[in-house]
Design a protein around this ligand. Structure first.
Ligand SMILES: Cc1cc2nc3c(=O)[nH]c(=O)nc-3n(C[C@H](O)[C@H](O)[C@H](O)COP(=O)(O)OP(=O)(O)OC[C@H]3O[C@@H](n4cnc5c(N)ncnc54)[C@H](O)[C@@H]3O)c2cc1C
Length: 592
C-alpha cells in the first residue's frame, strides 16, 4: 500500500483490495472532512455576500421569447417540428410506430420512405447519414451559439429473443456454477435479458463478439476525430457496454457494492450509520482485514495501469471481504482464458478512446447505464479521470440523480478529485432506465434503487448540482454539464450561477439537450453566451429507426415539455406569418 496514512474512504473508493493491507494503516481514525463542510459553507456565503454587493450584471433569459428561441429555424423547419410533435401526441401512432414504419416502407418503397422520413422524424431528430453530411447542421448550430456532442446512433434491430440470448451468453461466465452465492441484482436474469425494455431515453448495446466491439470503438474514434474537427472544444459520448463483454461490468459492480456494504456494516457497528457518506467517521483500529493472497509485489491497489495490464488477471482483482471472518475471498472461482482476454480488451479499448480524445482536445463523456453495471462504469471512469484529467477535464462521468445514492456518489468523487488535484468533470442527468430498474427490483426482489417519486429526483438533481456549483466557486477545477430538458432545472442553474457570480464565459457550466428537442431552451442559452450542446445523432435512415422510435415515445403528447414546445412553435409561426415573414431566412448574429 502506498502511503501508510491512506484514509479508509480512499480505499473504499478503490475496493479491489486484496492488495491492500489494512494493518499497514497507521492512522487510527478516518478523519471525516467535516471541517470541509464548515469551510465550504463559510466560503460560499462570503462569495454570495460579495456577489450581492458587487454591481456585476446578472444574466436573465426569457425562455418565452420565441423570436430568439427559433431564430435559427426557417418556417418549413418550424412546420416540420409542429407536425412531428403533433404526430407524437397520438398514442396509437406512438405505440404502433414500428409496425407503421414497416408498412410505410413496404408501400412507398425504400427510397420514397427515406425521403418521407427525412422530411419528418429523421429530419427532426437526426443530423444526417455520416459525419460529412452532418457538417452543415453542426456549423449552422454553432453559428447560433450551440455546440454538438456527436452520437452515432445506429442500432441493431434485434428480436427480443436474440437480445435475451446474447445477454445471457455475455453476462455469465462459462466457469460460473449454478447456486454460487451471487447478489441477485448483479446477475443476469432471463426475464430482463432484453435490456431495451421500458427504456426510451437511451440506446442499448448487446455483446456479439470482439470484432463488433472493435467496430464500435472505430465508430467512437471517428466521432472523436469529427468532434475535434468541428470545434475547438468538442464533446463526444461513449457507452461502455458497446466496448466489451458486459460480464465484467456486472461482476466488478458486485465487488464494488460488497465493499461499500462492508463499509456501511462497519459504520453501523460503530454507531455511525444513517450519515451522509462524507460525514462517516470510522475508528480504524478494529478494522483489521486480512489479506489472503496477492498478485504481485509491484501493484499496491487497483489503478488504471494494473487494470489494462495483460499480465494481471481480472479474476484475481475481484475479491470481496467476508463480513464474518474478515478474509478476502474471490468473487468467482475463475474466468476462462478467453473471458479474461475479452475483459482486458474492453478496458484497453477505453484507454485507446481516452488517449484519442486527449490528442484531439475533445472531452469524452461516458454515459451512465443500468444500476447493475453503473458502479463499475462509474469507478472505471473515475480511474480514467485520475489519469487523463490532470491538466484539463478530458473525461466526464455521468451521475443519475434518480438514484437514491446519487448525492453520496457525487460528493465522494468531488472530494477525491480535490484531494488528488485532478479536474472533476460531470454530466448530471435524471436517469433513463427508471421503469426497467423498478420492475427488475420488484420482480427479482431487491431494494428499488430509484427515488420514491419525481419530486425527490428533482430535489436530488438540484442538491447534486448545487454541490458541484459550490465546488466550482471554491476550486475552479470542477466542471458540469446540466443535461436536462427541464426548464425549471435550467432556471435553477442560472439563478445559482448569478448568486455565486459564475459567468457563462468561464466555461465551467455547460448545458446539454438532444437534437430536435427543447430548442426553446438551447438556443436562447447559446445566444446569451452559455456553452450549450446538442447531442447530435447521425446514421443511415434505416439504421436509426430504433432511435427514432424512442424519440417518438419520449415526446408523447401527455408530456409537459412536449406540449409546451408545441405551443411555443405555434406561437412563433403565427407571429412570423402575421408580420409578413413568410420566407424567413435564419441570420446568425455576428460574434457568436
Ligand atoms: C444531453 C443528454 C445526455 C443524457 N445522457 C444520459 C446518460 O448518460 N444516462 C442516462 O441514464 N440518461 C441520460 N439522459 C437522459 C436523462 O437521464 C433523462 O431520461 C431525460 O433527459 C429526461 O429527464 P429531464 O431532466 O430532461 O426531464 P424531466 O421530464 O424533468 O425528468 C424526467 C426524468 O425524471 C425522473 N423521474 C420521472 N418520474 C419519476 C418518479 N416517479 N420517481 C423518480 N424519478 C422520476 C426520470 O429519470 C425521468 O427520466 C441524457 C439526457 C440528455 C438531454
Amino acid at each position: 500500500m502506498s502511503g501508510g496514512g491512506q484514509a479508509l474512504s480512499d480505499l473504499l473508493l478503490y475496493p479491489c483490495l486484496q492488495l491492500v493491507s489494512y494493518t499497514e494503516l497507521s492512522e487510527h481514525t478516518f478523519r471525516a472532512p467535516q471541517w470541509i463542510y464548515f469551510q465550504r459553507k463559510e466560503a460560499i456565503s462570503n462569495t454570495q455576500k460579495w456577489v450581492n454587493a458587487s454591481s456585476s450584471p446578472k444574466i436573465s433569459i426569457d425562455f418565452e421569447l420565441t423570436q430568439e428561441a427559433y431564430k435559427s429555424k426557417d418556417n418549413l423547419e418550424l412546420l416540420r417540428s409542429l407536425v412531428v410533435f403533433k404526430l407524437c401526441s397520438y398514442d396509437l401512432l406512438v405505440d404502433k410506430n414500428k409496425e407503421l414504419m414497416d408498412i410505410s416502407k413496404f408501400l412507398l418503397g425504400k427510397k420514397a420512405f427515406e425521403q418521407f422520413m427525412k422530411m419528418t422524424f429523421y429530419g427532426q431528430f437526426v443530423a444526417g447519414e455520416d459525419h460529412k453530411s452532418i457538417k452543415s447542421l453542426i456549423q449552422k448550430n454553432r453559428a447560433f451559439g450551440v455546440g454538438s456532442v456527436l452520437d452515432y446512433s445506429v442500432e441493431e434491430d434485434l428480436t427480443q429473443e436474440d437480445a435475451v440470448t446474447k445477454e445471457m451468453d455475455s453476462c455469465v461466465s462459462a466457469t460460473e456454477k449454478e447456486g454460487m452465492s451471487k447478489e441477485k441484482q448483479y446477475k443476469a436474469h432471463q426475464q430482463f435479458g432484453d435490456r431495451r425494455g421500458g427504456v426510451t431515453g437511451a440506446r442499448t448495446y448487446f455483446y456479439s463478439d470482439e470484432a463488433k466491439c472493435d467496430q464500435h470503438m472505430e465508430t467512437f474514434l471517428k466521432c472523436i476525430k469529427a468532434s475535434g474537427g468541428s470545434s475547438v472544444d468538442g464533446f463526444s459520448a461513449i457507452k461502455m457496454t458497446a466496448l466489451g463483454r458486459p460480464q465484467f461490468l456486472l461482476q466488478f459492480s458486485e465487488v464494488l457494492v460488497k465493499w461499500k456494504r462492508f463499509f456501511s456494516f462497519l459504520a453501523a457497528q460503530q454507531g455511525r450509520d444513517g450519515m451522509e457518506a462524507l460525514e462517516q467517521r470510522l475508528e480504524l483500529q478494529p478494522l483489521q482485514v486480512h489479506r489472503t493472497h496477492r498478485v504481485g509485489e509491484t501493484i499496491d491497489r487497483l489503478d488504471w495501469n494494473s487494470l489494462i495490464d495483460d499480465r494481471i488477471k481480472i479474476s484475481d482483482l475481484l475479491v470481496v471481504p467476508n463480513l464474518e471472518t474478515g478474509q478476502l475471498e474471490p468473487l468467482l472461482n475463475k474466468f476462462t482464458e478467453e473471458e479474461e482476454k475479452q475483459m482486458k480488451r474492453m478496458l484497453q479499448r477505453l484507454d485507446v478512446l481516452a488517449n484519442h480524445a486527449e490528442e484531439h482536445s475533445v472531452r469524452l463523456m461516458v454515459d451512465a447505464e443500468q444500476t447493475y453495471f453503473q458502479p463499475a462504469i462509474s469507478t472505471l471512469t473515475v480511474e480514467m479521470q485520475r489519469i487523463y484529467n490532470r491538466g484539463r477535464p478530458v473525461i466526464f462521468n455521468t451521475y443519475q440523480c434518480y438514484l437514491k445514492e446519487a448525492y453520496d456518489i457525487v460528493t465522494m468523487d468531488v472530494e477525491l478529485s480535490r484531494r488528488e488535484g485532478w479536474f472533476f468533470g460531470a454530466k448530471l442527468v435524471r436517469g433513463a432506465y427508471m421503469y426497467q430498474e423498478r420492475s427488475r427490483a420488484e420482480e427479482i426482489g431487491y431494494e428499488d434503487p430509484i427515488n420514491p417519486d419525481y419530486e425527490t429526483t428533482n430535489m436530488m438533481y438540484h442538491k447534486c448540482l448545487d454541490y458541484i456549483l459550490d465546488e466550482i466557486v471554491l476550486n475552479r477545477n470542477a466542471n458540469v454539464m446540466v443535461a436536462s430538458h427541464n426548464e425549471d432545472t435550467v432556471k435553477h442553474t442560472l439563478r445559482r450561477m448569478n448568486e455565486l457570480g459564475l459567468t457563462p464565459t468561464e466555461n465551467k457550466v455547460y448545458f446539454g439537450q438532444l437534437l430536435g428537442m427543447c430548442d426553446q431552451i438551447s438556443f436562447p442559452l447559446g445566444q446569451a453566451g452559455f456553452p450549450v450542446y446538442k447531442y447530435v445523432p447521425y446514421g443511415p435512415v434505416n439504421e436509426v429507426i430504433p432511435y427514432l422510435s424512442r424519440r417518438a415515445q419520449e415526446n408523447r403528447g401527455f408530456m409537459k415539455g412536449s406540449q409546451r414546445e408545441r405551443e411555443l412553435l405555434w406561437k412563433e409561426l403565427k407571429r412570423r406569418l402575421a408580420s409578413g415573414q413568410v420566407f424567413y431566412r435564419p441570420q446568425p448574429e455576428p460574434g457568436l
